[in-house]
Design a protein. Structure first.
Length: 198
């Protein structure tokens, strides 16, 4: 545990290629930390049937903070997808421990994203199982609900979300995953601002 905040709330906007998190302290109403786990791909010149996935923890400015864990994936390997999800889960668990998270708000699957729905559902299920094992209470919010609480519009665009986070929380970031995670982390505060009942 790095910080020891007793009421830290984590917001998570999860996907296979980029998972955003935000740590919110509701008593002081401040963002403690925000970052994104981002995936890039490199070719392995020595072995043509392999590729290397590089995961970086990226800050709100878009600057890479640290390399989390590179790993080699064989083309046709049926297990690489779950290995990638395991890496995301491990990163989230490390953030939970580092910031002594007491509650989690996570984005539910978007039924409009048909091609990604299965992958996002797999990550969501693995993360929620992890929260249960850690005995951390959590809430799942549909994407349109998060947009409504943050901007007042359930059909808000990604730039709308980023702009609203900057205006409300004075958090300057161009990364929409971090903006979504911020809205999720502080959603109880947003409910009060919007006077929206759950």
């Amino acid at each position: 545990m790095l910080w020891g905040f007793k009421m830290s709330v984590m917001g998570i906007d999860q996907s296979t290629r980029g998972t955003g998190i935000c740590i919110w302290e509701p008593r002081s109403k401040e963002i403690i930390y925000a970052a994104k786990l981002e995936q890039t791909t490199k070719s392995n010149k020595k072995t043509m049937n392999k590729k290397i996935l590089i995961f970086h923890e990226t800050g709100v400015s878009g600057r890479k903070i640290r390399e989390v864990k590179p790993f080699i994936v064989k083309d046709g390997n049926p297990y690489y997808k779950i290995q990638r999800i395991q890496l995301i889960v491990d990163w989230v668990k490390s953030m939970i421990s580092d910031f002594d998270v007491k509650h989690i708000n996570i984005e539910g699957a978007s039924f409009g994203s048909r091609g990604l729905m299965v992958d996002i559902g797999m990550i969501l299920g693995c993360l929620e199982l992890t929260f249960t094992e850690l005995k951390i209470p959590y809430n799942e919010y549909p994407p349109k609900t998060v947009k409504k609480y943050l901007t007042g519009n359930g059909n808000a665009t990604k730039p709308d979300m980023v702009a609203a986070v900057e205006q409300i929380f004075q958090l300057e970031t161009a990364i929409d995953d971090i903006a979504d995670a911020t809205a999720l982390a502080a959603i109880e505060e947003l409910k009060k601002l919007r006077r929206v009942r759950p």
